[in-house]
Design a protein around this ligand. Structure first.
Ligand SMILES: Nc1ncnc2c1ncn2[C@@H]1O[C@H](COP(=O)(O)OP(=O)(O)OP(=O)(O)O)[C@@H](O)[C@H]1O
Length: 265
């Protein structure tokens, strides 16, 4: 079988927020999760990390977040070497990591409270970000009173309210049903356009990556290496529903599937 189309190769990055250089990760001295990863994340864009299960997507994201040390190589954010978490980076966890005993607003203000911000100011900021993710009116509810999709929004509101340059999301839509997943993907596009932040998004769904990403970093199976970097040439300014029927969307999904399939054969 021939590849359906050539993938649109990425252009060189001129303004990167995050620079990853020659990164290796070896767990417990034996499991090589990542090998010689060098990649740039352009400012204001959404970049997806895509690849088969176990290829090191979460590992790479956590190293960029400063939650996990690299075994070799380095990450720079706005030119500064990462040695731990920092206020310019926010992380949305796969399970949203909400505090079950705390209300929505308390969960959202947590990061600001850690920074020592006064209560009135942090609550005002939190209310704004809760509204931005469509949860106005739910400030005093508790996580167990919310659906999976709403909990996901709380996790996102918490990441937005710390006003980080870089928002990292680890499979944020994996716990919601297909209909909500589509809705969130559309909302994410609006958010990326409005927020002018740099988003790094982990997914193992090819369709999702092509739908939401300006740039897709395709990783090979473990040890994860950069297989390809793709920039789907899709205009995302207009009707978000139309993207899924766009010939470039369909061809790019096919071409990535073909590319990943070579690893499975
Ligand atoms: N703490 C750990 N100790 C040892 N090995 C680990 C550890 N964490 C992850 N690994 C291994 O490293 C590899 C990469 O894991 P990682 O979770 O980054 O992959 P992933 O691409 O995010 O996977 P998935 O799509 O299934 O979430 C896997 O083989 C995993 O088993």
């Amino acid at each position: 079988m021939n590849a359906p189309i050539a993938l649109t190769a990425a252009r060189p990055v001129t303004d990167s927020v995050v620079e990853v250089r020659n990164l290796d990760k070896i767990y417990a001295g034996t499991v090589q999760a990542l090998k010689d990863i060098t990649v740039d994340f352009p400012r204001g864009q959404l970049t997806s990390l895509l690849g088969p299960s176990g290829c090191g997507k979460t590992t790479l994201l956590k190293i960029i977040a400063g939650l996990l040390p690299a075994s070799a190589g380095e990450v720079r954010v706005n030119g500064k070497v990462v040695s731990g978490p920092g206020p310019e980076r926010a992380f949305v966890f796969q399970d949203f990591a909400l505090m079950p005993w705390a209300s929505v607003i308390k969960n959202v203000t947590f990061g600001l409270e850690m920074r020592g911000m006064a209560k009135a100011e942090r609550e005002e900021i939190a209310r704004r970000s809760i509204a931005r993710v469509g949860l106005a009116g739910f400030e005093n509810r508790y996580p167990h009173e919310l659906s999976g999709g709403m909990r996901q929004r709380v996790g996102l509101a918490r990441a937005l309210c710390v006003d980080a340059d870089v928002v990292m999301m680890d499979e944020p839509f994996s716990a919601v049903d297909e209909q909500n997943r589509r809705k969130f993907q559309e909302e994410l596009l609006t958010l990326v356009a409005q927020e002018k932040k740099t988003f790094i998004f982990v997914t193992h769904s090819i369709e999702e990556a092509v739908y939401v990403s300006d740039r897709i970093v395709l990783l090979s199976p473990r040890p994860g290496r950069i297989a390809e970097i793709i920039e789907p040439d899709i205009n995302r300014d207009g009707d978000t529903e139309a993207i899924r029927r766009h010939p470039v969307y369909l061809d790019t999904v096919d071409a990535i599937w073909y590319s990943l399939k070579t690893y499975l054969d």
